[in-house]
Design a protein around this ligand. Structure first.
Ligand SMILES: [Zn+2]
Length: 248
């Protein structure tokens, strides 16, 4: 199972698992990153199957974190990943190699993408918000330029006919992911040019982005928030900023 959503959704997930061939017995759980909407079910499912995640996911779940000013308490022991890796790990199971690859400083500092190499399915975690501006967690090591670089790299790795699962949004294709990349490059470019021209954040937010990007702002992250995120990320001295606190 890749990600286990909020704890409250565990009964629904269990019901869905029961409908899968093999009786829905969990074998492995992967956390694509540490956020609660991807790891909240660890408490429930952790005792049933080993959880795999990048090293920084366990590190962050082990202590209190802060996202957009909200304090997120440390997870109990049974909710922590038990198999961690710095760069990548493969699970050989169900007749295929499932490659789990870490991508640095994109959405957070612990992102992984899961490649089901036999089934031709890629789970991109929150390095992909389908048709929406993404949330980039600058406070826990995320970076807009890092995300752009990661998505560019992923586009060279994902087969043209692969099914691409976003962290948020509907089941997608490589073409959808390519469109997401183009949006990131274009909007970050717009904000970068305005910053170089000395425009204030307030002015940029008041003017917004070209109408072509209107539909991208209809989700959790609107255009104003996206401009703020890009501005703040580009204002940091280097891509990444691991451990830097982003007091907002
Ligand atoms: Zn996330």
């Amino acid at each position: 199972m890749v990600d286990d959503q909020f704890e409250e959704l565990a009964p629904k997930i269990r019901a869905a698992l029961a409908g899968i061939a093999g009786g829905g017995k969990l074998k492995f759980i992967v956390n694509t990153h540490w956020h609660g909407d991807h790891t909240g079910g660890n408490k429930v499912f952790g005792p049933e199957a080993p959880i795999l995640a990048q090293t920084n996911v366990r590190r962050r779940l082990s202590s209190e974190q802060s996202v957009l000013g909200n304090k997120i308490p440390a997870s109990p022991r049974q909710a922590l990943p038990v198999i961690t890796y710095d760069l990548s790990v493969s699970v050989h199971w169900n007749g295929e190699e499932i490659r789990i690859v870490h991508f640095p400083h994109g959405h957070t500092d612990g992102d992984s993408v899961v490649f089901f190499t036999g089934s031709n399915v890629v789970h991109a975690g929150d390095d992909f918000f389908a048709d929406r501006f993404p949330f980039v967690d600058l406070g826990t090591g995320g970076s807009v330029q890092g995300l752009i670089d990661n998505v560019a790299k992923l586009l060279t790795m994902i087969p043209a006919d692969a099914k691409v699962i976003p962290g948020h949004g509907a089941l997608s294709t490589r073409e959808d992911f390519k469109r997401f990349h183009a949006m990131l490059v274009e909007t970050a470019g717009i904000v970068r040019r305005r910053m170089q021209a000395g425009e204030s954040l307030a002015k940029m937010q008041a003017e917004g982005l070209p109408p072509a990007f209107d539909s991208w702002g209809k989700g959790f992250v609107d255009a104003k928030t996206w401009i703020l995120t890009v501005h703040d990320s580009l204002s940091k001295p280097a891509a990444g900023g691991a451990g830097a606190s982003h007091g907002r």
